[in-house]
Write a protein that binds this ligand. Structure first.
Ligand code: IMP
Length: 435
């Protein structure tokens, strides 16, 4: 049975570790949207790996890694990332497949990202992601397959650079100069390093008999269609992106299991509405205890209480079969823990996640309060060690969401987790045993 792992909040939920852990049981691991804006951190034997473009599951040497068509790929960074992992003794290029339909991120996309940020701040990662998707949908993008035909590639880049130059001059009153030959040569240099990995990945995925794990990047609330638009990323980072991003028919996923990853509290980086954000010392404490600094940009993350209105939105629209809850230990020692169950805007109460930015910006969280626990949950691996008060918190979340919490991740290390419920395959513990 195939498995889909998605971020259920604003990204940075700890998907890296979960994918790394679960991909031990899968043969193919796939990334299908976003690009180097992602930063999946994994600790293996005390060694820290941060993956931006490669599927995290590639750290297991038995897997085939796929970069599918919905991604936007910065080839220079990809080659760098591959070489870094290979330098640690893990082979990559002999088991990596890169879609010939994926779009490229090139230096001018990053220039444009910075310029767009000057005009209306989203707080992007400045990795050129938005502009790469922008030119893709404007039907001007350069794809991986174009690199096979140098003349064609050259003319796409020439056209792109003329377009960007004009945009910079006329809209932003900024000078822009980038040489076609330089952009082309740099891209071709990287292409030489990975060209034997390029293939029709949809066809591979459709025909393989191997078990597949699909790795979502970012999170549902950053999805361009169902997230906090316009403060989102430029791809479908929810389950909505699976079919287009992999090039597989929707019914391919009808038997897959869908798992969402959520922290026991909430964070977001960049701008945009965040109803449960704590701008006080409690938020500061969450940031320090949770080491909430971006893996890609190093920016401090905004922190707040768990928002169940937003999480329920993610459960419903992704069709989640279960949730993996991460970083519960960050809440250890808090006297009181709050969780948002509705939003109040003036005299109206909202139980559903609103589309309107005006509503989201005004939304005041309605909280349910829980007594905290004193015991440490850091690194525990036995469900009997979960404090009763922590279990009350977990069970409240499950009841509210109507979806089980299937696993707790209790530290960044690969082996520190607890299965709570059997939904993927072969897990021994049922949540009913725990009550
Ligand atoms: P972009 O994807 O770089 O265009 O950034 C758009 C928004 O998504 C910004 O608020 C970023 O901080 C956020 N974002 C993008 N990738 C990630 C991620 O992997 N984790 C968390 N936030 C992200």
């Amino acid at each position: 049975m195939n498995l889909v792992i998605l971020g259920a909040q604003w990204g940075d939920e700890g998907k890296g570790k979960i994918v790394d852990l679960l991909s031990a049981e899968y043969e193919v691991v796939v990334r299908y949207q976003g690009g180097s804006n992602a930063g999946h951190t994994v600790m293996v034997n005390g060694q820290k790996f941060i993956l931006h473009l490669l599927p995290t599951g590639i750290l297991h040497t038995h897997t085939v890694g796929v970069i599918a068509q919905g991604m936007v790929v910065d080839l220079e960074l990809l080659v760098e990332e591959i070489k870094q992992i290979e330098s640690k003794g893990i082979s990559v290029r002999d088991r990596l497949l890169i879609s010939d339909r994926a779009h490229l991120v090139l230096p001018y996309h990053k220039t444009l990202d910075a310029l767009l940020e000057k005009r209306g701040k989203i707080g992007t990662t400045l990795r050129g992601i938005g502009p790469a998707y922008m030119l893709k949908y404007a039907r001007k993008g350069a794809r991986v397959c174009d690199l096979w035909d140098k003349d064609r590639f050259y003319s796409i880049i020439k056209d792109n650079l003329e377009f960007v130059e004009e945009l910079c001059k006329k809209v932003y009153c900024e000078d822009f100069q980038m040489k076609v030959d330089e952009v082309v040569d740099r891209a071709l240099e990287s292409f030489e390093e990975i060209k034997h990995c390029i293939t029709d990945t949809s066809s591979y995925l459709l025909n393989t008999k191997k078990s597949i794990l699909f790795e979502g990047a970012q999170g549902t609330l950053l999805d361009v269609d169902i997230g906090t638009y316009p403060y989102v990323t430029s791809s479908n980072s929810s389950a909505l992106g699976l079919s287009a991003g992999t090039g597989l028919p929707p019914k391919f996923f009808s038997n897959a299991k869908f798992i969402g990853v959520s922290k026991a509290y909430a964070t977001r980086v960049g701008e945009g509405p965040f109803p449960t954000e704590l701008k006080d010392e409690v938020g500061q404490l969450l940031r320090e205890k949770g080491k909430e600094y971006g893996a890609t940009t190093g920016r401090p993350r905004r922190c707040g209480w768990l928002d169940l209105v937003a999480l329920k939105h993610a459960v419903d629209l992704n069709g989640l079969d279960g949730i993996v809850l991460t970083k519960l230990d960050v809440l250890d020692g808090f006297g009181e823990i709050k969780v948002c169950t509705a939003y109040r805007v003036e005299d109206k109460v909202f139980k559903n996640f609103p589309a309107s930015l005006s509503l989201l910006e005004k939304a005041q969280p309605v909280y349910e309060c829980f007594e905290g626990w004193k015991e440490s949950t850091y690194g525990i691996t036995n469900y009997k060690d979960i404090p009763e008060k922590a279990m009350n918190y977990i069970q409240f979340i499950e009841r509210f969401l109507g979806a089980p919490i299937v696993m707790l991740s209790t530290s960044p290390e690969r082996d520190k987790y607890i299965w709570l419920s059997e939904i993927i395959h072969g897990r021994k513990v049922a949540s009913s045993d725990i009550c």
